[in-house]
Each structure stands twice: as structure tokens, then as C-alpha cells.
Write a protein that binds this ligand. Sequence first.
Ligand code: GLY
Length: 296
Amino acid sequence: MTALETQGIAVTKIVIPAGEVNKNIESVQALWYGFLDASLERGSTVLALGGGVVGDLSGFAASTFMRGITWINVPTTLLAMVDASLGGKTGVDLPRGKNLVGAFYPPAFVLVDPNVLLTLPEVEIRTGMAEVIKHGIIGDPGLLEMCAGYRGEGELDKLITRAMAVKIRIIETDPYDKGERAALNLGHTVGHALELVSEYRLRHGEAVAIGMVVETRLAERLGLAEQGLSLHIASILAGINLPVDIPADLDRAAIRRAMGVDKKKSQGRICFSLPASLSRVLIGIDVPDDVLDAEI
Ligand code: GLY
């Protein structure tokens, strides 16, 4: 803030509560009122400084305030750096599911400084690594190997750059999520349901880690993936102390119901993104109920 003010830029700070439970329309409304209190105009800029929730809320508030004002994203978590900040998805959750309301509204630019991660608790890095590993599976086997050997924060710069590169490649090809971008949903159909049913006790990265393993097992059962792929992925995730199994106390029927409101559906059926092998994700896969019954 001080740096901006010394450049003669008037800055007003608006603090919003952290956590996925606050990613709702009430928080966006609080931002809209905050923008009015700060006398923002159509030429003003919103700078989102925080994790994925702050980026999604601020971007959505900016997309709708006075029919759209400029915003800049400065992600401060690993998860937001490698995934949420890239590709212009903004929005809120509804009680029935995650990210059900939103807009594609890319920031003017994304500024990533890995040094800010040094101030975060270890759990933030560990859970953010789930999305780094996801990008390794989707499009960079070398990155996956680096994750397998990951031993600490010192190596994060390279991992972040390579993970961002995978996502940037995909969003440049399919910015509006009409096709190939669905590969980025790997682990998320099951993962989002786990977050919801656990009432966000499972963090996003933990839920996605479990989701990637379960969805790879589905692919193996369907004969779409090489046998052993789920074990390989699970061992890399477990090596970083990420969970790989659905917690026993989570209601299986509730998970299946929650998956049913995932927005990646076509003609009423859930569309899964399933890995066939490293660097090859099959999209739009309809998994028969008996195969789901066997894994969930
Ligand atoms: N996080 C998935 C996407 O941006 O499409």
C-alpha cells in the first residue's frame, strides 16, 4: 500500500474474511459496498491480494461493479499462483455447490512473487502442491518427477514456473472452457464433492488429491488408464503428506449427490476428466453408476 501511495495513487484497503465458507454473494455485496464507500469509479482498479477465495471474490465483484472495472491479481498462496489466478475464472459458491455463479473476467495482469510463500504455514504449501502435481499429470511428466523428489520450500520457484506454464498453455488454447480446458478439472469432480460434504474440513488441495486418485481408479476400472497409474499418483501425493483415500466418516451417498450438482454436466450426466496416462487426460467421460459404486 505504501509503495502505491508514494506513487501518488489513492489506496483504500478492504479486508474480507478468509476461507471457502466466505466465498458467497454476501461477501461480493460487502465488496460492492466497500467500493462505493471508497468512491471507486469506472476508471478505478481493484487489486486482489490474497489466496484463491480473495481472487475469485474480488474478480467477480470487479466484473459486475459499474458493469466491469479493471482488476489486478496478486496471489499469495501456492494454490492461487499455479491455478486459481490464471485463466480469468471468478465467482462464488452457492450452498448447493462450488463455483456455481461467476464470470470469465481476466485480470489486467497477475503478479506472482514466490517469496511471499515463506510467510505461510506449511499446510498451505503442502495443499497447494496438489495442483502442482495435477499440472504435472496433465502436461509435464518432468514436473511430476520433480514433485516426487520435492523436499522443501527452496525448490518452489521452479515448480511454480513449470506448473503455471502447463495451465497457461491450456487456457490459451481454450480460454472459455469449451473443450481442452476441462482437463484441468482432473480430481475436481470428486474433490469438490468431498469439500462440500466435509463442510470444508478437507482443504481444496486435500480434496483434489483424493479426487485425483479416485478418478484415476475410475479410469483404470473403465480400461481407459494404464493399470498402476493411480498407485503412481497416490505415492507422489502421499510423499508430500497429502491424503489419498476418502475419509471413512464421509457419507458416500452425500458425496454422490454432491457430485450431481457439479457444473461440468452435459444432458444431466456428470462429465469426468480422467487420466489415460501421463500427459493425456480424456475429457467428457460418462462413468457408469456401477463403476462409481465400486469406488465411492
Ligand atoms: N481451475 C480450473 C480452470 O481454471 O479451468
